[in-house]
Design a protein around this ligand. Structure first.
Ligand code: GUN
Length: 297
């Protein structure tokens, strides 16, 4: 069997189209334009690329984008002051502080200063707790994107065996919570799990987010399983351009799995699309309007 390849670029385009339609409806019927504020502290080159891309995609779907670029030596008091301003600004429905922050800034303190209702990253401690207790929450973008793809490719997830490999706060843990909420039987494995092949034997769904290139082998996968590869590992190749590979050994896995996301072009493109989706959701909730169908967890 050769797996269906889950095209994350095409799926992300579909999500952006849904977002754009909802934005248009919010503008026309309610006179509201969703707004996303992105805060970048310092000049980290990778973060600058991400922030530019987020701003462009925000504008492309018809939303307002507010970019705040602060110097690397910005004090915590200055940054908290800006967050407070954005918290009370009615034109701003989503706030994202790009991570990592310079070392002198306390990341947890900064993230938890964001109004939880505007926390489109889903990193605020109150959103983490709300997701864990099954209350309405803002959900981290990468696991939300994975969930959308799984619902699309597997249909109803109820009763399926899911193994999440990785226990990070940003992907592994929220992914497990989302799969539980959709009534999967969830196992969380990680780099120290003993006998991972045995754990994976019964998995209808595998979400790999462990940060190790080619860690999951095809022979460990249950035939027909759906495999979501969150890993983005750079493999240096001497003078040639670095190659990106996932946490799953794609060539062997595609011969066994029923469907699989490639790297690149799988989960990656979904993350910003889900950030836009979360901004629309936050806007709808702020105005007590119905939530956007197909864009929430
Ligand atoms: N840096 C890299 N990815 C992310 C993300 O998803 N959110 C934030 N805030 N910072 C990041």
């Amino acid at each position: 069997m050769t797996a269906r390849i889950i095209d994350g670029r095409a799926f992300a385009a579909t999500v952006r189209e849904r977002v754009a339609q909802h934005v248009s409806l919010l503008k026309q019927e309610h006179g509201v334009t969703p707004g996303l504020a992105v805060v970048l502290v310092g000049e980290d080159p990778a973060s600058q690329v991400y922030v530019r891309s987020k701003g462009k995609q925000t504008v492309d779907v018809g939303m307002n984008s507010y970019e705040h670029r602060l110097a690397a030596d910005t004090t915590e008091t200055e940054l908290l002051g800006l967050i407070q301003q954005l918290n009370v600004d009615p034109a701003v429905h989503g706030i994202l502080v790009q991570l990592p922050l310079p070392a002198h800034l306390n990341e947890a303190l900064v993230i938890n200063a964001i109004d939880a209702a505007k926390d489109v990253d889903g990193f605020h401690i109150s959103n983490v707790g709300r997701l864990a207790t099954g209350q309405k929450a803002m959900v981290p973008c990468t696991p939300l994107g994975c969930l959308m793809m799984l619902r699309e490719y597997c249909g109803d997830l109820s009763g399926l065996n899911a193994v999440v490999i990785g226990r990070s706060n940003i992907v592994g843990k929220p992914m497990a919570q989302l799969l539980l909420k959709d009534s999967c039987t969830v196992t969380v494995a990680h780099s120290r799990t003993r006998n991972l092949p045995e754990v994976l034997k019964g998995a209808d769904i595998i979400v790999a987010a462990v940060g190790r290139p080619g860690f999951v082998l095809g022979e460990w996968i249950k035939p027909g399983a759906t495999v979501i590869d969150v890993g983005i590992n750079r493999i240096e190749q001497g003078d040639a351009k670095a190659r990106l590979v996932g946490d799953v050994d794609f060539d062997s896995a595609r011969e066994i799995a029923g469907a699989i996301t490639p790297v690149p072009g799988g989960v990656g493109p979904m993350t910003i699309a889900c950030l836009l989706a979360n901004t629309v959701t936050a806007c709808c909730r702020a105005h007590a309007l119905p939530e956007p169908v197909g864009l929430v967890a």
